[in-house]
Design a protein around this ligand. Sequence first.
Ligand code: ACO
Length: 331
Amino acid sequence: MNNNMRGIRIIGTGSYTPPMKITNDELAEILDTSDEWIFTRTGIKTRHYNGGNPNYTMAVEAAKRALENAGVSPADIDYIVVSTSTPDFIYPITACLVQNAVGAANAACLDINMACTGFVAGLDMIRGLLYSGYNKILFVASECLSLHADFTDRATCVLFGDGAGAVVLERADKLFVSCMKAKGVSAENPILYYKQENEHNLPFNDSEQKQTEYKTCFLQMDGKEVYKFAVDAMPEAAKAACAKAGLDVDEIDLFIPHQANIRIVQTAVKSLGVSMDKVYTNIEAHGNTSSACMPVCLDELNKAGKLKEGMKLCFVGFGAGLTYGAVIIEL
Ligand code: ACO
């Protein structure tokens, strides 16, 4: 069979947005910023925070909702994959916490950390798992960025929110094409990173300088560099995926881009040569929830009855690494 026709079917979607909604004005009470500054530069009006609660609680809720929407019993799931760059533990992995909470006793478990590219990369990888013999896969992307934001860094913290989205996937003879890429950064200038502070005294330590280099447990970003990278990377990946699929970009029914900020999306879409009517965004209400952005969009579209059999969707994203990529699926 043509490899491009080894596709996936989304049999259920779910998402969880925590109830704590923070407006730009509320951020302006603790930071030197304003609704006008944030909205005009990013398109963000509100974001949701999980109120200090752990990330996995959102993952579990989104997973339960996707299973219910799919009408699939947890026992029938044979793999759980969780995308998160903000896990509560390095281990146990978040997928195992989800497995335990939803009662998916027959599932294998795997976490991936591809930062904001996690949903695109996960779809690509899960396609491989489905064709290696796993039948029903629960894929959850969950991110709790409020726990990792530096609320004294006004250029960064205002961008992010918390949330989780999930899909239940199986094999289908439908179009599936991916194009994953990366432009690896140096450890001296990682551009977008989060590094946990090492607080214990290492008994055998000859790297004093290295240990103090990134003395932070907050997400750090060179916003301008990320912007420059993203506006080229997203159209490049989407065009390459379309070429691989033998499609013109006009033949894509809907683009679901990483919801980093509206200016990045608008610039990338302009360079792709498609109309914003074909692009789904929810940045205004959610901010950037990293790898959770796309499955939350997907669930909103599903709930609104906007996903139709035969539609061609293009997921296109970028993230820390720097990584980027696009996946085209036919529903
Ligand atoms: N409120 C008010 N003023 C601010 C704020 C704020 N929240 N943040 C920065 N400023 C100030 C700066 O201090 C600066 O002031 P100065 O000129 O007196 O020094 C001024 O605004 C302009 O700062 P810039 O950094 O030049 O602002 P810019 O127009 O570049 O916008 C932004 C910053 C929005 C972060 C932009 O660089 C951007 O969109 N970058 C991409 C970031 C992004 O979306 N990353 C993705 C996240 S990670 C991921 O999803 C993979």
